[in-house]
Design a protein around this ligand. Structure first.
Ligand code: SAM
Length: 278
């Protein structure tokens, strides 16, 4: 009986070809098939690294059918590597249906670590990285986009998303409209010659984008900093607990207990406690 082969998830460079790993090249050379989002686009990369493996397409319009076909190949012992046009497959790219199918059918799936625009941008952004959310692309329709941004009003951690060049200026303007002058970082053309980070308020970023037509071209990751404590409403349960505890202990201590229980800032609770006494 043939052993079931492995599906490899292989990240590819997001700009700088040298970012491909030695292991990625080895896997791409050794598998029986490479499933690529766009075979013509990936042909250039494969040629550059002298990888002669057969390719077939797997994109959002044929993924369902392709997944069944690839699962059969894997069960017949033919290893498959999945790549997308750039970066990590499945991250705002096709592959989820295939991976889920493999998992359901007991086919081994192994992911190689490698380039991903979101993580690359975040790690050099200067925004808090201890907790963050990746939102993919924001909705295109204006109302849906504003609703998605409203969800950030009292979010106390960093938000990362992708944006297309034709929408970047509108998106930053919407951020200003919904979130005011929250700290913002855009990372443009990562790993490429004109890699740029622009950091500041939404107005600073708008000024940069409007300064030169070239500033709105290229690929962008947008990152929005956490709501400041002063912007963040203290939940009523936290205030109730603060008032109750103040009957038994000094405000400073009560504020520290409530802060750790609700993951809030001690100083903000202390100030709210003082304000409510007045
Ligand atoms: N799977 C990819 C990854 O791991 O980053 C993302 C694919 S998604 C279809 C493409 C988006 O990623 C672009 O529109 C842009 O927002 C972002 N992106 C990709 N390469 C980038 C780069 N070199 N610099 C900045 N953003 C990039």
């Amino acid at each position: 009986m043939t052993d079931i082969a492995t599906l490899y998830i292989v990240p590819t460079p997001i700009g700088n070809l040298d970012d491909i790993s030695a292991r990625a090249i080895e896997v791409l050379r050794e598998v029986s098939w490479i499933a690529a989002e766009d075979t013509r686009h990936s042909a250039r990369l494969l040629q550059h690294f002298s990888i002669g493996t057969k390719t077939l397409s797997l994109h959002e319009h044929n993924e369902d059918k392709r997944a069944s076909m690839l699962c059969e190949k894997l069960k017949n012992g033919e290893a498959v590597a999945l790549i997308s046009d750039a970066g990590t497959p499945l991250i705002s790219d096709p592959g989820f249906i295939l991976v889920r199918r493999c998992r359901e059918q007991g086919i081994p799936v192994s992911a190689l670590p490698g380039p991903c625009a979101a993580i690359t941008a975040l790690s050099a952004s200067g925004l808090p990285t201890d907790k963050f959310i990746f939102e993919g692309f924001l909705p295109v329709k204006m109302q849906a986009r504003e609703n998605a941004l409203s969800a950030l009003l009292d979010r106390t951690f960093t938000t990362v998303f992708y944006e297309a060049p034709r929408r970047i200026l509108d998106t930053v303007s919407d951020i200003q409209k919904v979130l005011g002058e929250r700290q913002l970082v855009i990372a443009k053309e990562l790993t490429k010659t004109f890699e740029t980070y622009v950091s500041g308020t939404a107005q600073d970023v708008i000024d940069y984008l409007q300064a030169d037509a070239a500033h709105q071209k290229g690929e962008f990751v947008v990152m929005i900093g956490p709501a400041q404590v002063s912007e963040q409403a203290i939940p009523s349960e936290a205030m109730n607990l603060l008032h109750t505890l103040c009957e038994y202990m000094p405000l400073k201590k009560a504020a520290a207990v409530v802060a750790s229980h609700y993951d809030l800032k001690k100083n903000a609770l202390y100030q709210a406690g003082l304000d409510s006494k007045e």
